[in-house]
Design a protein around this ligand. Structure first.
Ligand code: GLC
Ligand code: GLC
Length: 636
């Protein structure tokens, strides 16, 4: 075996010589010099990640050259305006941490009809202050069963029901013009069973046999299944599905979503090409779907393996070479110790914050902020140049992914507590205000997750008096913790659960559709009427967004937990001493008084950032039920 340095020297020399030759690149091609510079800079990391995966193969150098050709082809095809954007993004790696950032996410069809409908939605998004828009996978997918687009049949074609590739490019450009970054998924753990590769693999076409994990009988599947988790047990038990010819294929999610086999470098190369094509449409952030599952190894639970990280970092190194402005967002809805492993400038610069999401709902159910406080104190810090994406609801279920170790420290028993949370949110607990629906209830393991819209889970569906305040409380924390706040469109007008999915046989088995409603036109029409629920939610949210955007303290990564000595009131400081904002949030349905001693360190004559009101803290402060304030906390 060659040493790493020898490999590197060889690879670089090889690439330098072969690439221009193979690809017919002229010496004075203006695209070659910047590419070659970035190759020089990032090849060591690319090689460092690929070598442990594929380095033992005798054809490793060829594998590498093929991947570099893919990178060159991606770069050559990259439109000039995106290359200019690359330079701007590289010069400002922390743009995601700006207080001006506001994310939003929607399904093009459900929310706007199609991609052209999203285009028409831009003025509204601007009115809201949105700077980041995640559109659910718009690519070709099976007509009926497609997991909301997460079963991709071609990454180069748009689902005709939504429009065309030209529409998608036009939308990306229009969004960029409006100051909104387009976020698309990279669904790279699996393709649909209708993808050309899946068809070729099933037919045993040469070159495609090893694209997926297909086994002749149950021997291997049984061996793997001794250790893996069931993700969608309602649809099929275990991790495999049987083909019509009797063979078994690995399907972590639905039986029509076939897991790709990244042990085969041809899969990595093929997906790298798809990734760069998606980037070149004008995508600024790639949502890395289902990252935890991409590498399998017998005898392990096949989640979060070191090779999964190497693969993502290899994709990252490739984008640094071929689409350097592109960022990755990790979708790892797993134990917090594992979530954090995906976050670094070399891997995913952004990550969902599933812990904060789950603990916000936990605090609403229990009225206690202890777990959330602990998470902010010990689990919020990230490496430089990375950021959380904070959210309340998304298109998926709520999983209770807090760490049992953290819970134990607070004398909370993880298993029992999850059971309570599930009962609370499906309204099987006395006094619950929530109207959620169970998702993947698994009596065998006791596992269960929760579906439901933000409004329905907050009590709006059952007409609870505090519902609007709860919705705003959760969004207030989302908008004031470090990172990109991500709004699930529809929530800003208090959209309720939608049970219509039960009439569609392709959706009826998946309760997540209860919180994927078609646009509630009536609620949107009421949004500027303060006498309506929709109007109260909308106005409250607008005020919070405006407060965020005028507060430089809300930018940047700094957060300091602030103990309130009150079990119901969460506190944290944003910005830099001595001029900070103190966020206080009351998670109980009773007013809470905070004594003046709490505020000793700061000037007691202050004002509140959301309302603009002047406040005198000399008598302490009383927060109403579910009340929140962003106080100027000046210590000098
Ligand atoms: C991700 C998506 C989810 C989908 C799954 C399989 O978790 O968010 O909606 O079902 O991946 O692609
Ligand atoms: C995610 C999670 C799983 C979640 C599913 C989609 O990747 O790991 O818990 O339920 O995909 O809903």
């Amino acid at each position: 075996m060659l040493t790493r340095d020898q490999q590197l020297t060889l690879a670089l020399a090889h690439a330098r010589a072969r690439l221009p030759q193979d690809e017919g690149i002229a010496k004075d091609d203006p695209l070659w010099a910047p590419f070659s510079n970035r190759l020089q800079q990032h090849l060591p990391s690319l090689l460092g990640e690929l070598a442990p995966l594929y380095g033992a193969r005798p054809d490793f150098l060829d594998v590498l050259t093929t991947i570099l050709r893919t990178a060159w082809q991606g770069w050559r095809a990259r439109p000039a305006d995106l290359r200019a954007l690359d330079a701007r993004r590289e010069a400002k790696p922390d743009w995601m941490l700006s207080e001006q950032m506001l994310g939003a996410v929607c399904y093009a069809d459900l929310h706007c009809g199609n991609l052209q409908g999203v285009l028409k939605e831009i003025p509204y998004l601007q009115e809201l202050g949105v700077t980041y828009l995640h559109i659910m996978p718009p690519f070709l997918c099976p007509e009926a069963h497609n997991d909301g687009g997460y079963a991709v049949s071609s990454y180069r074609d748009v689902n005709p029901a939504l429009g065309s590739m030209a529409d998608l490019r036009a939308l990306a450009a229009a969004l960029r013009q409006a100051g909104i970054s387009l976020v698309l998924d990279f669904v790279f753990n699996h393709t649909s069973d209708e993808h050309a590769w899946a068809r070729a693999a099933a037919a045993g076409e040469p070159g495609y046999e090893d694209f997926y994990l297909i086994f002749p009988d149950r021997t291997q599947p049984d061996a793997y299944e001794r250790h893996v988790r069931e993700i969608f047990p309602d649809e099929h038990p275990g991790a495999f599905s049987q083909l019509s010819d009797g063979r078994w294929v690995w399907t972590t999610f639905h039986s029509y979503q076939w897991d790709l086999n990244y042990a085969n470098p041809a899969v990595f190369n093929a997906m790298a090409a798809e990734m760069l094509a998606i980037a070149n449409v004008g995508t600024e952030v790639l949502r890395m779907d289902a990252v935890a599952f991409i590498w399998k190894q017998l005898g392990t639970n096949c989640e979060n393996l070191p090779q999964a990280h190497q693969l993502i970092r290899a994709f990252n190194a490739l984008t640094r070479i071929a689409a350097p402005g592109l960022m990755f967002k990790s979708e790892a809805i797993v134990h917090p110790d594992e979530v954090i492993q995906y976050i670094s400038p070399q891997e995913c610069q952004l990550s969902y914050n599933p812990l904060q999401m789950a603990l916000l709902w936990n605090s609403l159910a229990t009225t206690q902020v202890n777990l959330l406080h602990l998470a902010l104190a010990e689990r919020a810090r990230l490496p430089a140049h990375t950021a959380w994406v904070n959210y309340i609801r998304g298109h998926d279920d709520i999983g209770w992914t807090f760490a049992d170790e953290d819970a134990t420290r607070l004398a909370i028993k993880g298993f029992d507590h999850r059971k309570f949370l599930n009962q609370f949110y499906v309204n099987r607990f006395p006094g619950s205000f929530a109207r959620g629906v169970p998702f993947q209830d698994n009596p065998a393991t006791g596992d269960c997750r929760i579906s439901g819209t933000c409004a329905s889970l907050c009590g709006l569906e059952q007409g609870d008096v505090h519902a609007v305040a709860r919705i705003l409380l959760l969004h207030g924390v989302m908008l004031s913790t470090p990172g990109v706040p991500l709004l699930y469109l529809g929530d800003e007008v208090g959209t309720l659960n939608h049970h219509g999915y039960l009439d569609d046989p392709a959706k009826a088995g998946d309760s997540r559709w209860v919180h994927r409603p078609p646009r509630d036109v009536a609620r949107y029409a009421q949004r500027n009427n303060p006498a309506t629920e929709a109007g109260r939610v909308f106005a409250g949210l607008r005020r919070l967004v405006a407060a965020r955007k005028k507060s430089p303290e809300m930018g940047g990564p700094e957060i300091t937990p602030f103990g309130t000595d009150n079990p119901h009131v969460l506190g944290f400081l944003r910005g830099l001493y001595p001029h900070q904002l103190l966020v206080l949030a009351n998670f109980s349905d009773q007013p809470q008084h905070l004594p003046n001693s709490l505020f000793n360190a700061a000037d007691p004559l202050t004002h509140e950032q959301v309302s603009g009101e002047r406040l005198d803290l000399r008598q302490g402060l009383t927060l109403p039920a579910y009340g929140q304030v962003w106080l100027h906390f000046d210590c000098a």
